[in-house]
Design a protein around this ligand. Structure first.
Ligand SMILES: Nc1ncnc2c1ncn2[C@@H]1O[C@H](COP(=O)(O)OP(=O)(O)OP(=O)(O)O)[C@@H](O)[C@H]1O
Ligand SMILES: [Mg+2]
Length: 280
């Protein structure tokens, strides 16, 4: 497997030198009375391989949604390379180099791998996509799409319709679709969810082959996959950051083990997201 060199873009004009790739300050998100993310402050260094773990409902995807701009925080801020992006919509964040994949697959299932990649790459260009123009009219972009897939398992599956891909290939396609937008920071929400052991090995190999300058932030329940990719991990529980540190320390942390075994009841409250008193 080769490294997709050239698919992480260089530093942007608005970068503040020496700043973290991604930083949050006291990030909070409430849904009515439910606090899904509570006061999370994180720093992710450029080029880091950063994991986020926590039990179901801990607030991991909600945190990602605030990083990528799908959700506005109730309070707190998000910075990308020192630039405050809290008020920016998702497409502006993408333009600044923030890419993501989703927990639920988002590809065009009736288009081929090549067509999906071509559409994603076309998103970067200034010309409008015409549905009346035949695909071969986008030859240059299609060649670029094939080049992006080269070296990955999908290189031999370019003409296959996405609906016919295996679950593992679909996950791989999602990572390639995110890479097509040339991110500098890539957020991955459970890239190995629902995969077979062999497919987990494939996605792990893909993630390990990404360019070192690309900053990776990855939510994952599978500790084996995570261990092979990240070196630093933050732990969310009930929306709050309860631990962070080198992966080898976190995986042996007694509190983290308890959280995953469902025995943690800080203050005696039941497992699950924090609810405010009097909330519906
Ligand atoms: N749009 C929403 N409206 C109301 N509640 C929400 C919304 N999105 C998330 N929540 C709630 O916020 C809490 C955190 O959800 P979130 O999806 O962030 O958890 P998660 O850590 O990603 O869980 P999982 O590991 O199952 O994916 C959950 O209780 C969820 O029900
Ligand atoms: Mg989630």
């Amino acid at each position: 497997m080769t490294t997709p060199a050239g698919h992480a873009r260089a530093g942007g004009a608005g970068d503040a030198p020496g700043q973290p790739a991604l930083e949050t300050h006291s990030l909070c998100r409430r849904f009515h009375g439910l606090t899904a993310v509570a006061d999370v402050s994180l720093k992710v260094a450029p080029g880091a391989r950063f994991g986020i773990i926590g039990p179901n409902g801990a607030g991991k995807t909600t945190l990602f949604n605030m990083l990528s701009g799908e959700l506005r925080p109730t309070s707190g801020s998000v910075s990308l390379f020192g630039r405050d992006i809290t008020a920016l919509p998702p497409y502006r964040r993408v333009a600044l180099g923030l890419g993501r994949t989703f927990q639920i697959t988002r590809v065009f299932s009736d288009l081929t791998v090549l067509e999906n990649l071509t559409l994603a790459l076309h998103g970067l260009s200034r010309t409008k996509l015409s549905l009346l123009r035949p695909w071969r009219g986008y030859r240059r972009v299609m060649a670029e799409a094939a080049e992006l897939a080269a070296g990955f398992g999908l290189a031999g599956r370019l003409t296959v319709v996405a609906a016919e891909l295996s679950h593992g290939e679909l996950r791989e396609l999602e990572v390639l679709l995110a890479l097509a937008l040339k991110p500098r920071v890539l957020l991955l929400d459970e890239p190995a969810a629902g995969l077979s052991p062999a497919e987990r090995g494939d996605i792990q190999a893909l993630l390990r082959s990404l360019p070192p300058e690309l900053t990776l932030v990855m939510i994952e329940h599978d500790m084996d996959v995570l261990r092979g990719v990240v070196d630093f991990t933050a732990v969310l529980h009930l929306g709050a950051l309860v631990a962070q540190g080198p992966m080898r320390e976190i995986q042996h942390d007694e509190r983290v083990r308890e959280l995953y075994l469902g025995r943690a009841r800080p203050g005696g409250e039941p497992a699950g997201p924090a609810r405010e008193a009097g909330a519906p």
